[in-house]
Structure formats: C-alpha cells, structure tokens
Design a protein around this ligand. Sequence first.
Ligand SMILES: Nc1ncnc2c1ncn2[C@@H]1O[C@H](COP(=O)(O)OP(=O)(O)OP(=O)(O)O)[C@@H](O)[C@H]1O
Ligand SMILES: CC(C)(CO)[C@@H](O)C(=O)NCCC(=O)O
Ligand SMILES: [K+]
Length: 291
Amino acid sequence: MLLAQLATSMKLLVEIGNTSLKWAPLDAELPGPMVAARHFGSLPIDVLASWEKLESVDGVLVASVGPASVLDAVSSATAAYWQCPLERIESKGEAWGVQIAYQEPARLGVDRFLALIGAQWLAERPDLLAKAGPDPMRAEPKSATAVTATTHPDSEPPQTPEQGCATLVIDAGTAITFDALLADGRHRGGQILPGIAMLRASLLQGTRMPPHQAQDHYTPWGTDTGPAISAASLQAPAALAERLRSALQQETGKVPRLIITGGDADRLAPLLRRAVHLQPDLVLMGLARFA
Ligand SMILES: Nc1ncnc2c1ncn2[C@@H]1O[C@H](COP(=O)(O)OP(=O)(O)OP(=O)(O)O)[C@@H](O)[C@H]1O
Ligand SMILES: CC(C)(CO)[C@@H](O)C(=O)NCCC(=O)O
Ligand SMILES: [K+]
C-alpha cells in the first residue's frame, strides 16, 4: 500500500506571472508537459479541473511574481485537494552554480532567477538540450520544446555556440527580461522592457491615436497605424536582444548561446538574426532543481 502510494506520488511545479499561470508535474528530475493558462487574478478553471483529477501530490513548489490572489488560490487548492506542503521559492544570491549580480538578490524577479538556473543547467548538460528538440537547425519554430533556427531575411550563417560560451536568457512575457549568464555561472546583470502587449497598450493609453488593428507585422515599414505599432513592438525587443548579444560576445570573446522562453517567445524568435534555443519551460526547469 505504502509502496504503491510512493510510486504514484508526485510534485507539482507552478509559476505565477503577471498574465499566466504555468504548471507541470515533476517527472524524474525535469518538468513534465507544461500547461499555461491566463489567470485573470485567480486560479483558471481548467487548471482547477486538471488538478482535481490528480490524486497523490505530495508537494507543490511555487515561484510567483504575479498577484497574491493567485498564490492564495494555489495555496487553498493545495490544502483542499492534497493536504501537502507548499513551498514558495524566492531569489537568493547563489544557487546551483549561479551567482546573482544584484546587490540585493531578493529584488531580482524569481522568474529571472529560475530561468538563469535553468539556463546554467542546460549549459552544463548538453544532453538536456538534445532532449528538448532534434537538430537545432531543422526543428519547427512553433513546436512545444523545440530549438529553432532563425527565419530572419538577413540571417547570419548559423554559428554554433562554442564550448564555454556565455548565455543570453530572454523571457518574453508580460514584461521582457534579458539576462546575461557567464560560462562560470556568474549572472552579469540584465534589462527589463515592457512586453509586446504592454508596448502596444501603452501607446493607446498615452496618446489620442485613432483605433487600429494590430496584427503581427514582421516587415520594417508600416503603412498604417496598426502595422507601424505592431512592427515596432516586435522589432524593439528583437533589436535589444541583438544588441545585448553583441555586447556579451564582445565582453567574452565567444559567440554566446541565446535561450528564449515566455508566452511571446515564438513571436520574437523569427526576428532574431542568429539561431536561438526555444525552451518554453525554462523557469519550471529552474524550479525543478529545488524539488
Ligand atoms: N493566449 C494568450 N493569452 C495571453 N497572453 C498571450 C497569449 N498568447 C500569447 N500571449 C502573450 O504572452 C504574453 C504573456 O506572456 P507570459 O504568459 O509568459 O507572461 P507571464 O509569465 O505571466 O509574465 P511575467 O512573468 O512577465 O509577469 C503577453 O504579453 C501576450 O502578448
Ligand atoms: C520583470 C518581471 C515582471 C518579469 O516577469 C519580474 O521578473 C519582476 O517583477 N521582477 C522584479 C524586478 C527585477 O527583476 O529587477
Ligand atoms: K515569466
């Protein structure tokens, strides 16, 4: 009886952002299939419905930069369904070979902290990179955990990141964060930009622009309001990514690896001029290390 319970019990990994909740069961050492859902400030009904069916959860690990109301709801569901401990992970100065650059590491968003830990894990364990997708240059850009080649018209010839290179970690969510991780695990620092939706919304809020349609527009020259805004909201973060990648290459003398995650990762990836590794569950990978 006890053995059967042990064999089927599992841990859940949960990330709460400003827009979405993402979760996965822990599968051995890695996150299993990830589910992402918009939370609108509470626990999404689909998530509740799937959790209700899970019987033997023996621990829940949560990382949150989102509303307290969502964390409270996760906590209530944990108590109601499984009566097991909920552990909240927070940023700290050093963990799993990563040293955080912030003077006050607790001020770094825990999603950035965990993405760095996930990226360091991928750097140390190329076999995990291999598991995430087949050939980096052939995988489909939209697939769940694939590695994608760039489709940018001015693509530079693919340059495989060298052994011992640095990594630029991008999380394209409600906000877009860029973090540099040196080969020895030192976090160099990073930047925070409004996300694609927020870039568009801020223009509507701050101006008297006429109503317009903003569909993703990948060419440089917009010939109406919608395309002009849409193009800028995609190309601004892509341009910053290129700029930071160049800076990191200049500093380290090696071609860095680029890893991208977050709800908008596959909208940005096609705009990047060099190959980028798409890892939708990067933050949950970092969280899995604490399980
Ligand atoms: N179905 C969707 N619902 C909501 N946002 C979506 C959806 N598909 C793509 N997006 C985009 O994903 C972005 C949110 O990304 P994500 O879900 O990763 O955010 P988050 O992790 O909650 O954010 P953060 O961690 O920055 O607070 C939005 O800016 C939006 O442009
Ligand atoms: C920037 C976001 C919103 C991205 O999710 C999050 O990481 C956060 O709230 N960070 C705190 C500020 C910081 O990282 O410096
Ligand atoms: K995030």
